[in-house]
Design a protein around this ligand. Structure first.
Ligand code: ARG
Length: 464
């Protein structure tokens, strides 16, 4: 097999073993960074020109040559070579083939170590921006639903047992809060992604008088990195991103779990759109919630990637080690899984149909207003613990005759506590119960509407 000439081949007398060549190459996956690699190289070339290392002709040749390569790659006409190991050397070698001598000067004052760190940061910055757009889209769907269903009663659960009545809108806004934190967490992570490593070179910096601030500005970074050793070896920003991604997937998995439960015949709280479900090849009656199930399942691989990266870094001495080449696949798969999961969720939620009667009936049957009865007794002067006892007895009575609390007769209730009067039936209704929870952050329909309005304002108000 004919070997390609390696850009680092000078000190070697023997050719690389063919298996080792394939084993050590990253081109199969890092070619995904090509656009960012070219972007970084163009900025580096412009800076080399500014400080007098490249003349105008050389700089223009490099910039044009890189643009041609970019076009070739996007047209699918670029031939990647395993012998050239990675995206950086493939592009640089092609540039030199295309434009000659000037291409060989591009790598002045640079190493693949600071180059790859720059590429990943540019890539991740873009991905974070896209992910945040999807989060916002999903939030919009939830806020729309919350507004529409602000009065819709459903049982709220603790221990997956009916606890107290809430509104469906309130439940949707709980999910929105989680996503709002996710959005902010990614914004925070983005600050630490947006730092510029070039000028660190292999590890120790470079004797050329590079203008790092200029490169940083050209690439839209916040600032150049502050320590060359750290800059080439640091992958904290990727770990941090995977941690934020894991939390998002955990949230999506929790939402999924609820949707899956709610679509079951036993709950029957919602209908999912046909377009987001599939059938069974054997059981004709089935409509399976595949999309939420798959998202719940996909949370596992994203957590796995977080641990892959933490483990990748844990024993690395400073500075760059080849181990770091292993950062890309987990990171890419995290991004893809997250984008696809958010996209599926954002597409599905606007078409979820709440089954209002079923939710109401479930709250009624579950003695969801028991706490309201206790609060009523407290209002009439009974100590809360005594009230708790009285209501426990009332629930027993209800269970014995399969009656809801509001179906117990006044005399039966008065036999349990003499202070109960006819006005008790107002608090035993589901509507009365939710309307009474009228604090900011509460489930009263009026509060839900207000919270939805505030959530929408926050969403549209240019969050950081
Ligand atoms: N493909 C390498 C990576 O992904 C690029 C940096 C290689 N640097 C080196 N000194 N071998 O990390």
């Amino acid at each position: 097999m004919k070997q390609v000439h390696k850009p680092w081949g000078g000190r070697f007398t023997e050719a690389t073993d063919a298996f080792v060549e394939a084993f050590t190459a990253s081109i199969e996956f890092d070619k995904r960074l090509a656009d960012y690699d070219i972007m970084g190289s163009i900025a580096h070339a412009k800076m080399l020109n500014r400080i007098g290392i490249l003349n105008d002709r050389e700089k223009d040749g490099i910039v044009q040559g890189l643009n041609v390569i970019r076009q070739k790659i996007s047209d699918g006409d670029f031939v990647w070579s395993i012998g050239l190991e990675d995206v950086h050397m493939n592009i640089e070698a092609q540039l030199t083939r295309d434009i000659g001598e000037a291409g060989k000067k591009l790598h002045t004052g640079r190493s693949r170590n600071d180059q790859v760190a720059t590429d990943i940061r540019l890539f991740l910055r873009d991905q974070i921006d896209e992910i945040r757009t999807w989060i916002a889209q999903l939030q919009t769907a939830l806020i729309d639903l919350a507004e529409r269903e602000a009065d819709t009663i459903m049982p709220g659960f603790t221990h997956l047992q009916v606890a107290q009545p809430i509104t469906f809108g309130h439940h949707m806004l709980a999910w929105n809060e989680m996503l709002s934190r996710d959005y902010e967490r990614l914004g925070d992570c983005r600050k630490r992604v947006n730092v510029m490593p070039l000028g660190s070179a292999a590890l120790a910096g470079t004797p050329y008088p590079l203008d790092r601030t200029y490169v940083s500005e050209l690439l839209g970074f916040e600032q150049p990195s502050l320590n060359s050793l750290d800059a080439v070896s640091d992958r904290d920003f990727a770990i941090e991103f995977c941690a934020a991604a894991s939390i998002i997937m955990m949230h999506l998995s929790r939402f999924s779990e609820e949707l899956i439960l709610w679509t079951s015949a036993q709950f029957g709280f919602i209908d999912l759109p046909d377009a987001f479900c599939t059938g069974s090849s054997i059981m004709p009656q089935k409509k399976n919630p595949d999309v939420p199930e798959l998202i719940r399942g996909k949370s596992g691989r994203v957590y796995g990637h977080l641990f892959a990266l933490l483990t990748l870094m844990k024993s690395q001495p400073l500075a760059y080690n080849k181990d770091n080449q292993e950062d890309k696949e987990p990171l890419f798969d995290t991004v893809d899984t997250l984008v696809n999961s958010l996209r599926a969720f954002a597409g599905m939620m606007p078409h979820v149909q709440p089954r209002r009667e079923a939710m109401r009936e479930s709250a009624r049957k579950g003695y969801a207003t028991a706490t309201d009865l206790a609060d009523y007794l407290v209002g009439k002067g009974l100590a809360f613990r005594d009230a708790h006892e009285v209501v426990g007895k009332a629930v027993q009575l209800g269970i014995a005759g399969s009656r809801d609390l509001s179906e117990l007769g006044l005399q039966e209730l008065q036999a349990l506590s003499g202070i109960i009067e006819a006005d008790v039936y107002q608090v035993l209704t589901l509507e009365g119960s939710v309307a009474a929870r009228d604090l900011p952050g509460g489930t009263a329909p009026r509060r839900v509407r207000e919270a939805a309005r505030l959530a929408r304002e926050k969403l549209n108000g240019g969050r950081k």
